[in-house]
Design a protein around this ligand. Structure first.
Ligand SMILES: [Zn+2]
Length: 90
């Protein structure tokens, strides 16, 4: 079994304060995350090894947005999202 058999994935947005490196303005941005929630149980076809892996598996989410567009109308440049983890355990 693959790791993706262990979770159900859904997309959620969370707000974060980001600092534009071009104009230095801080604003609130909605970032998209892939939330990978551990399933309640494994399908019956799982073997010993799968069960051991599944027992250790923890829900987590992965940030999908790496770039943001500055909200300052006079700037509007794209910049890389930094200062926020790209993987978060749930
Ligand atoms: Zn800016």
């Amino acid at each position: 079994m693959e790791e993706r058999d262990f979770y159900t994935e859904s997309e959620q947005t969370f707000k974060a304060n980001l600092n534009c490196p071009h104009c230095r303005q801080v604003a609130e941005y909605a970032l998209r995350w892939a939330v990978r929630k551990k399933k309640d149980s494994l399908p019956p076809r799982a073997n010993e090894q799968d069960r051991a892996k599944f027992a250790k598996f923890q829900s987590y989410m992965v940030r999908k947005d790496d770039m943001a567009s500055c909200q300052n109308m006079r700037c509007r440049k794209r910049f890389e999202v930094s200062g926020i983890q790209s993987v978060v355990q749930l």
